[in-house]
Ligand binder design. Structure first.
Ligand code: FE2
Length: 245
């Protein structure tokens, strides 16, 4: 494990200050950033919630400025963490308008967008939203589908989407460890066995609560997914960052 620990990349976390239910201020963001580095994570994509009609819907420009400010502060503190920008885009009614008006921020200047399905919804809206992105030559990474009821009930649907090359799948580290309940854990393990997970991410929200992984956590995860840990947390996220425009 030690040989790989220097290069972990986290593609989904709430690190930006005062953007959502992540850190309240810059000080807490810096503490979080230090925790990421302690656990061997070298780069993160900060993905604040984007939920139109709520207080968590900052424009892409504001998120960009927030990232610049945090990068500067991290550098001043000597914390060796690369920070990239993105959004966790909640499924909503006006996806098409958001896409056509350039409201959404892609992950780290790639053509990939992190899309969060409704947790309890059982409609086909998520499949329609995936189509909207695909029609515009944009790629979708589904945020923690193992926590989503429609995919807990029909996980084979995710296998189809991945095999048809329509989405990539990001599973939360906490789901594999049971932090989000038995159904999420069972679905995450099933997806791992079916070989349809692309990324494991922290979805961390703070320094204490839903915090970045501890160094000891990687051993636990290795015990669950074995050598795939490197694929999920280093190789695939690295390929995503290298595909930047
Ligand atoms: Fe999240």
């Amino acid at each position: 494990m030690n040989k790989t620990q220097a290069g972990f990349i986290d593609i989904h976390c709430h690190l930006l200050p005062a953007c959502d239910d992540g850190p309240a201020d810059l000080n807490e963001s810096l503490k979080m950033a230090a925790r990421f580095v302690e656990s061997g994570i070298k780069a993160v994509i900060a993905t604040p919630h984007h939920i139109p009609g709520t207080a968590w819907a900052f424009p892409a420009e504001k998120i960009g400025k927030n990232i610049d400010r945090l990068r500067l502060a991290v550098e001043e503190e000597g914390i060796g963490l690369e920070i990239y920008g993105g959004m966790e885009i909640a499924l909503h009614k006006n996806m098409e308008r958001g896409l056509d008006n350039g409201v959404f921020l892609a992950l780290a200047d790639t053509d990939c967008y992190l899309l969060e399905p409704e947790f309890q919804g059982l409609s086909d809206d998520i499949f329609h939203a995936i189509d909207l992105f695909r029609c515009r030559q944009k790629k979708v990474i589904l945020a923690h589908p193992e926590r989503v009821r429609i995919f807990q009930q029909r996980p084979e649907k995710l296998v189809e989407l991945v095999q048809d090359n329509l989405v990539q799948v990001q599973v939360n580290i906490g789901s594999l460890l049971g932090s989000f309940g038995a159904d999420a854990r069972k679905t995450a393990l099933w997806l791992h066995k079916k070989n349809v997970i692309h990324y494991l991410a922290s979805d961390a929200h703070g320094e204490q609560k839903r915090r970045p992984p501890t160094p000891a956590l990687w051993k636990k995860l290795h015990g669950i997914v074995g050598e795939k840990l490197e694929t999920y947390c280093i190789v695939n996220p690295g390929n995503l960052l290298y595909s930047r425009r």
